[in-house]
Every structure is written in structure tokens, then in C-alpha cells.
Design a protein around this ligand. Structure first.
Ligand code: GCB
Length: 614
């Protein structure tokens, strides 16, 4: 919708352009020689399943220096210069500086930084004694958006992307006694970033997820994939990958509850293929069964809780473990609504997900970027399927080749982190990109292929805006849908576009009519408790108006061919700087079914009832 595009554009135009160096794109390694891998084993990214490793948390208070002009780069803040002579002075120092909590965004912790988009320097001191035969890594759950990492005055690397983990090995770089870790965080929006300049959520900057030191043996379990083979309900097809000098090892996979044990050997690349069958009790929203799985590789052991399920499209239906399923979804942003801050903890995840459960959902769409691991893990335990998404949102510079590399890398980081999380059933690779943007369709078609090669056990979708609504007929045409398993449509009839006739009489004309259709967004705004102004006018922001949109939408859903699920936009009101109506919005997008304080709006009950009978 045009109005919304304009809003996002105007908003983005106010934000500065900035250039950056993208990290080199790791190559996918083909391990075809043993013939056991249908898909590629990726090269090194951040370690997965951090909870199961030997970690030392670097969470807590960090010293910070906000740097609105970018002077810190010129002054080389990471060198922590001290005055040596009586005549010397420095104009910046971590000593005596403000301290902020990590994980956490800086905007909500310091009122001077509320709307800040720029550089903040962070510093943490730690001491660590590392045995000779051990290795040490510093692992970041996520830093939004650019991160340059310095250890003891030396740059050890950088990372781009605000929602995925990364790590650096520091075995050779830590020293006995105190070590100083400095991170330059920059959340300035980038024209060639992911997301780009314009988006309808709050740009929380900072070290927003956990930071850990991870100690491993010389050879450690770098990554593993243990999930059902595509199309099967009992056959696991996976691999384990070791990293280290001595890569050829005996690896034991155990699932004690099933009395299962399998011994495999890794090859000279450190990779062992894994194939076995078992009568698993399959994971589903009604029965979120997880098994303890132990991977022992002589010098390293990792334990995980893994569920097994099969998700597929059969004809125009989605089937979970062979049975048709209707996605009762809801959209969620990674925000603690009450605090108006980036959500990052297990408690935050439980707060958000328990409301999705209360609504009667079986799926959460984690919009519009990969959320933290607690969200995925808790959803899995609660029996919520997860839709994961890349921040390929609206204004993306597809003609810039750097953007394509960034998409590949981010996709790989997202897929790698959650590859053993059975709750993730849908990978959404883009939201509302515009089919007229040069190179957009080629770029996203190619990305879809990369995603399928990385991860064949999930459904892929793209959400697009290529639609029209006239004479009470809704047409959806995007050629991108050709590459998707599910056709996902955001439509805001009743809010951005008025109804043209009865909702129950809408007719549909969907490109690729044989595919399942998911209404991935619908809704409208309302300020909880507002009783001023006519109830039947949008401009009153009244709950009755939003409630009517929902009642009408539900009638229309009956007219949609192959409907496989719906997801209201969205669970809670959330912060977005493009939403500045001084009375009704005050910096919040008010399309929540719940206010930011958790109060239920009238539309909540309509949706709750719908999910009860669905
Ligand atoms: C959309 C976007 C979502 C927006 C929403 C809105 O289509 O996907 O991010 O926030 O519309 O509120 O207009």
C-alpha cells in the first residue's frame, strides 16, 4: 500500500547514508565425496547451542562512550591512551564513564540516546586463564548493526547484521591478568544494509544479546545437523562437523530415551555423515516432544534437546507429520512491550510467547528479522511453530552486489543457528520488496535456491505487496511466488484500503493457484480504552473500529482458496518512530491486539474465538 510505502520512505530519507566494509563471505563447502549429504555442510560460523558449551558470561555492566560525531575512530579509542606527561590529556575515557547493561539496547537505557542512531563504544575487562591445550572464543549473540571488536588494543574482526550471532577465536590473543574487550557499535541505517533505510520498527542499537567466552578443546564440535530427512517421519539424515588440528575422530551419537547409540568417524575435513531411523514420537504443537541427544567426539561433548517433525506442502495443503495443519499465527516484534526495549532474555520470550499461547496460536511469525535464541527455544518447548525471517524488508538495494553477499551471509547465519530447532517450520526470505526494483526478483530467486541447499527440511516463503483490490476482487501476482512453497500475502483491507463490498463476497485471483496461501498480516490501529470520537471512523483510533476490521477479515478468510493460515499484525503495540500521531500513537504502531501494557483490545476476543473453532 502506497501510503505505507511513502511513510517508510519519508522516514528513511531523514536518516543518513553510511558506507561499510562487509565481512568476507565464507564459501559453502561441498562434502559430496562420501555421498551422504544431500545439502552442503557450511564453513565456520558461530558455534551453535552455546548453553551446552563451557562458557564464561561477559554479560553485565559495560563502560560506554557515546560517539555522535564518530571522533572515536580518529582518536583510536581502542588504544585507551593515558596521559603520560603533566601536559598530556585525553578527551575520552572509559574510566569513570557511564555503564550500560549488556545484553540490552542503549536507546532505552540512557535518555540522551533514546533516538540515537550512531556509534557507541563499549568496554569490558575480564581475566581468564587458559590451559595450553584449550581454545577460547568470544561469542556475540547479536550486535545491532555494525560491530568492530578490539582485544587489548588490537582489532580482531568486525561483523555486519543486527540479529545473528558471530564469534572470533582469541586463543592466541588473550594475556594473563586483565584483558580489555572493546566493541564499536554502530546502528546507523545503511542504504545497502539489511534492513535498508526505511522500516516500521524501532532501531534499537547496542550489544543486544548475550556475550560469552567459550572454551573448547583443541578439536571441538563446531556444528551438527540432526533432523528428519525431508519427506520422512523416521529417518534422520545429518552430519557432525569438527574443528581442530586432529579432525579424524570417533563420534558417538546417543539418544538415551530411545536407547539409541551410533558410532561414526569423521573424515579429514572433520565431517561425519549420519543416517539412522527410529520410531520417534514426533514433535507437534499438541505434543512438543524433545529428546536429549548427546554428541561425543573424544575431545568434546555437546548435549542438545531435539525434536523431530516433518513439515511439507502436499498439493495445496500444508502437512505436519503427514496431517493437514492450519497455521493459527500471530506476528511478534522482538520488543519487551512494557519496557519499550529490545527483548533479549528467556523471561522476555516467555512474556511474549505466553500471550501468543493465550490467543490460541500454534505459530508465531517472528517479524522481521531473526529473533534471539530464547524465543525459538521457548516456542519449541511451548508447542509453537516458528516462522523465521530475514530483514530483507521493503527498501533493499538489490542492484548493489554487496547487498547480495550480505543476504547470503545472514541467511547462512540464521539457518545455521537454528538448524536443529524443529519448531522453525517456515523460512521467510523477504517482506514487501517491490517487484519493480532492479534485480530484485533474480536476487531473491537465487537466495531461495541457496536456502534450499542449506536447509531442505523447512518451507520457504516470500511475502510480497504485488496485489490489487478493485471491484471487491483481490489479485495477487508476484512472480517471486514461483520459488516459494507458500504464497504469503500482507493485506490491510479495512484499514489502508476500504472495503468495496461485502467481505464474504470478495473474489480471489492468485498467481500460482495450486499453492497454499497464508495471510501473513492484516489488521488496523486502535488505542486501548479510547472512547472519544465516533466508533465507526478510522480517525478515532477506537477499538470498535479495529474489532470490525477483524470481524470482516474473518468473513473474508472463508473466500480465500487454499488458505493455510493467518497471522494478525500483531500481538502487542510496539515502538516505531514513523508513528507519531500526538494523541493516539505517540511513537507506537497501535495495531496490537494488546496494548504495550498487555491490555486486551476488543479485537483480541474476535481472534481468540476464531482460533478456538479453527
Ligand atoms: C506492513 C509491514 C509491517 C508494518 C505494517 C503496518 O505491511 O510488513 O512491518 O509495520 O505493514 O503497520 O503498516
Amino acid at each position: 500500500m502506497k501510503k505505507r510505502i511513502l511513510l517508510a520512505f519519508l522516514f528513511s530519507a531523514a536518516i543518513q547514508f553510511h558506507c561499510l566494509h562487509a565481512r568476507e563471505l565464507p564459501q559453502l563447502k561441498k562434502v559430496g565425496s562420501m555421498g551422504f549429504l544431500a545439502s552442503a555442510v557450511p564453513g565456520q560460523t558461530a558455534m551453535i547451542n552455546i548453553q551446552a558449551r563451557k562458557t564464561t558470561s561477559l554479560n553485565g555492566e559495560w563502560n560506554v562512550i557515546p560517539d555522535p560525531t564518530g571522533i572515536g575512530e580518529w582518536r583510536q579509542i581502542w588504544q585507551e591512551k593515558k596521559p603520560l606527561l603533566k601536559t598530556d590529556f585525553v578527551e575520552y575515557s572509559f574510566e569513570g564513564s557511564t555503564r550500560l547493561k549488556v545484553p540490552g539496547d542503549f536507546n532505552s537505557q540512557m535518555c540522551e540516546l533514546t533516538y540515537f542512531e550512531g556509534v557507541v563504544w563499549y568496554k569490558k575487562e575480564f581475566s581468564y586463564s587458559l590451559d595450553k591445550n584449550k581454545r577460547l572464543f568470544v561469542h556475540f549473540g547479536a550486535v545491532n548493526y555494525l560491530a568492530d571488536i578490539y582485544l587489548n588494543g588490537e582489532k580482531i574482526g568486525s561483523h555486519e547484521g543486527g540479529f545473528t550471532p558471530f564469534q572470533f577465536e582469541i586463543t592466541q590473543k588473550i594475556k594473563p591478568g586483565q584483558n580489555s574487550l572493546i566493541v564499536k557499535v554502530d546502528n546507523k541505517r545503511l542504504k545497502n544494509g539489511l534492513p535498508g533505510l526505511g522500516y516500521d520498527w524501532f532501531n534499537y542499537g547496542g550489544i543486544t544479546r548475550d556475550v560469552n567466552l567459550i572454551e573448547t578443546g583443541n578439536t571441538y564440535i563446531e556444528d551438527y545437523s540432526i533432523q528428519l530427512r525431508k519427506g520422512s517421519q523416521k529417518e534422520v539424515s545429518g552430519w557432525v562437523k569438527l574443528n581442530g588440528a586432529d579432525k579424524q575422530k570417533r563420534i558417538k551419537i546417543k539418544i538415551p530415551e530411545l536407547k539409541f547409540e551410533r558410532l561414526v568417524r569423521s573424515d579429514s575435513n572433520g565431517v561425519a555423515g549420519l543416517q539412522f531411523s527410529s520410531s520417534f514420537k514426533l514433535w507437534s504443537p499438541d505434543y512438543p516432544k524433545l529428546y536429549k541427544v548427546i554428541i561425543e567426539a573424544e575431545t568434546d561433548t555437546v548435549e542438545d534437546e531435539i525434536g523431530f517433525r516433518n513439515i511439507a506442502v502436499k498439493g495445496n495443503k500444508v502437512v505436519l507429520n503427514g496431517k493437514e495443519i492450519f497455521f493459527k499465527g500471530v506476528n511478534i516484534h522482538e520488543e519487551n512491550p512494557g519496557k519499550g526495549a529490545r527483548a533479549f532474555s528467556k523471561e522476555d520470550a516467555i512474556l511474549l510467547l505466553s500471550q501468543a499461547k493465550a490467543l490460541g496460536c500454534n505459530l508465531v511469525r517472528l517479524a522481521h528479522y531473526p529473533h534471539n535464541e530464547y524465543m525459538i527455544g521457548e516456542a519449541e518447548k511451548m508447542g509453537l511453530m516458528v516462522w523465521s525471517e530475514l530483514p530483507v524488508y521493503q527498501h533493499i538495494e538489490f542492484s548493489d552486489t554487496a547487498v547480495l553477499s550480505k543476504m547470503d551471509l545472514m541467511l547462512k547465519e540464521m539457518v545455521s543457528r537454528d538448524r536443529n530447532r524443529c519448531s522453525v517450520v517456515i523460512c521467510s526470505l523477504s517482506n514487501e520488496t517491490y517487484d519493480g526494483t532492479p534485480n530484485r526478483t533474480n536476487a531473491l530467486a537465487r537466495l531461495t535456491k541457496v536456502c534450499r541447499a542449506l536447509d531442505s527440511a523447512r518451507l520457504i516463503t516470500h511475502v510480497t505487496n504485488s496485489q490489487s483490490y478493485s471491484n471487491n476482487s483481490f489479485t495477487v501476482w508476484d512472480s517471486l511466488y514461483k520459488y516459494a512453497d507458500i504464497i504469503s500475502v500482507n493485506e490491510y483491507i479495512g484499514w489502508y484500503i476500504p472495503w468495496q463490498d461485502k467481505p464474504e463476497d470478495v473474489t480471489w485471483n492468485v498467481a500460482f493457484p495450486d499453492k497454499p496461501v497464508f495471510i501473513s498480516e492484516f489488521g488496523g490501529e486502535a488505542l486501548f480504552g479510547n472512547v472519544i470520537g465516533p466508533a465507526d471512523e478510522a480517525a478515532s483510533w477506537r477499538e470498535e473500529y479495529q474489532q470490525q476490521i477483524y470481524a470482516d477479515q474473518l468473513k473474508m478468510f472463508n473466500t480465500i482458496p487454499n488458505l493455510c493460515g493467518v497471522a494478525p499484525w500483531l500481538l502487542f503495540d510496539y515502538r516505531s518512530l514513523g508513528r507519531m500521531h500526538p494523541v493516539y500513537q505517540k511513537g507506537y504502531n497501535r495495531k496490537g491486539l494488546l496494548s504495550e501494557n498487555g491490555e486486551r483490545k476488543m479485537a483480541w476476543y474476535i481472534m481468540e474465538q476464531y482460533y478456538k473453532i479453527k
